[in-house]
Design a binder for this molecule. Structure first.
Ligand SMILES: [Mg+2]
Length: 397
């Protein structure tokens, strides 16, 4: 069974009105995903997703100009040697970012094919699941335009949104910090704590918006408010700074979404830079690399919770890997986020997450089911795919 055709779909969903938001760093006016489709000469089809951040046009070009000529005609089930070959090819000029983003979507699509060929979900081929559901946390408390012009009013808007997640059945939220002053953002996080109470799990994500000094001030305040983790306090290059914060602060440091492959993750782990490692399966090298990152994390006794941001394809791949994350440490009583994974579930408007994929996973209150069908366990709604496709690519034998 050989690779016959590689297609890519650059999807864009415009956000309008109140659906537009700011992360800790930048405004979001649309949502983008690069979906990869691989077809074998037997007619089996696998789906994957490449990259996390916008823009993704260069990743699409890389797939067709650089990777496709090295993949067409090759055995589709040989995920391991293919990964090795593609990574080795780009080693001298691209050990991170675009080449690895591109490789990730290819690898996920090939795992989808492997599962469909075997009639089993990916997690079964990876050795079996520790769980068939996972507790989700709501990623939210983003910034709206009005927060920039009226930062003092931001706290009451956070209170309202946190209450809505509580009422929707969540018991864990991750909120954004870093765009306003440290004082205004601490006030926002106080408001969230006040809204949901002491038993509720709260985390924050700074999208590397701070320098070391500000991160220390904010981290101390978050610890006092009982926040569970402080995600990406510093730029990803400042591994030493993260390691220092981790020893200075009481709050756990999370990170890894901007890092690539086992080699990048090894740098974080060796330096003692994170308490929780957060690979993104659509960027870090795909499911093949995800498995190796899990093995590495166990060697450093570090829990893994995937970073998840893309379409329903990316979420399904992350759920498949989440099924095989071992509890850290082993326990008869798994507790999400403490010794067992908790799953990132972004709550901003994204039709690529909610409408593109049919079946697979459902959220009930705060629990997500892990897809049980063959491969990733999902079907693609081709009408939705067409509707949001802005640029298509194709490479054929
Ligand atoms: Mg993050």
């Amino acid at each position: 069974m050989n690779i016959e055709r590689i297609e890519t779909f650059l999807l864009k969903a415009a956000l309008t009105g109140n659906d537009r938001f700011y992360s800790s760093q930048a405004p979001f006016g649309d949502r983008n995903s690069l979906v990869v489709k691989i077809t074998t000469d037997d007619g089996l089809v696998g789906w994957g997703e490449s990259g996390v951040s916008m823009p993704l046009e260069h990743v699409q070009t890389y797939i067709h100009d650089i990777l496709a000529p090295r993949l067409l005609g090759k055995p589709a089930l040989a995920t391991e040697p293919l990964w090795h070959e593609l990574y080795a090819f780009s080693r001298d000029f691209g050990r991170k970012a675009t080449p690895v983003d591109a490789l990730s979507g290819i690898d996920i699509a090939l795992w989808d094919i492997r599962g469909k060929e075997a009639g089993k979900p990916v997690h079964a081929l990876m050795g079996g699941a520790y769980r068939d559901t996972v507790r989700a946390y709501a990623t939210g408390l983003y910034y709206r335009e009005e927060d920039l012009t009226d930062p003092k009013g931001a706290a009451s808007r956070v209170r309202e949104e946190a209450t809505a997640y509580l009422e929707a059945g969540f018991s864990a939220i991750k909120g954004k910090i870093g765009l306003l002053t440290a004082r205004d953002d601490i006030r926002r996080m106080e408001a969230a704590r006040d809204a949901v109470g002491d038993e509720f799990m709260l985390m924050t994500d700074a999208n590397h918006a701070y320098n070391r000094h500000t991160a220390r001030t904010v981290g101390n305040a978050l610890h006092e408010l009982g926040y569970w983790w402080f995600e990406e306090p510093l730029v990803p290059e400042d591994i030493e700074g993260c390691a220092a914060l981790r020893s200075e602060l009481g709050i756990a440091i999370a990170g890894g979404e901007c890092e690539y492959t086992r080699y990048g993750m090894m740098d974080l782990l060796r330096a003692g830079a994170v308490d929780i490692l957060q690979p993104d399966i659509s960027a870090c090298g795909g499911l093949s690399e995800g498995q190796k990152i899990l093995a590495l994390a166990t060697a450093f006794h570090t829990p893994v919770c995937c970073h998840v941001w893309g379409s329903g394809v990316a979420a399904s791949a992350a759920l498949q890997l989440t099924a095989v994350i071992p509890p850290t440490p082993h326990t008869a009583a798994p507790r999400a986020a403490e010794n067992d994974p908790i799953f990132e579930y972004d709550r901003t408007r994204n039709p690529l997450r909610d409408d593109l994929v049919v079946g697979g996973f459902q959220l009930v209150d705060e629990t997500l089911s892990i897809p049980q069908g063959p491969g990733l366990g999902i079907e693609i709604d081709t009408d939705v795919l067409e509707q949001f496709t802005r640029k298509r690519g194709e490479s054929k034998r």
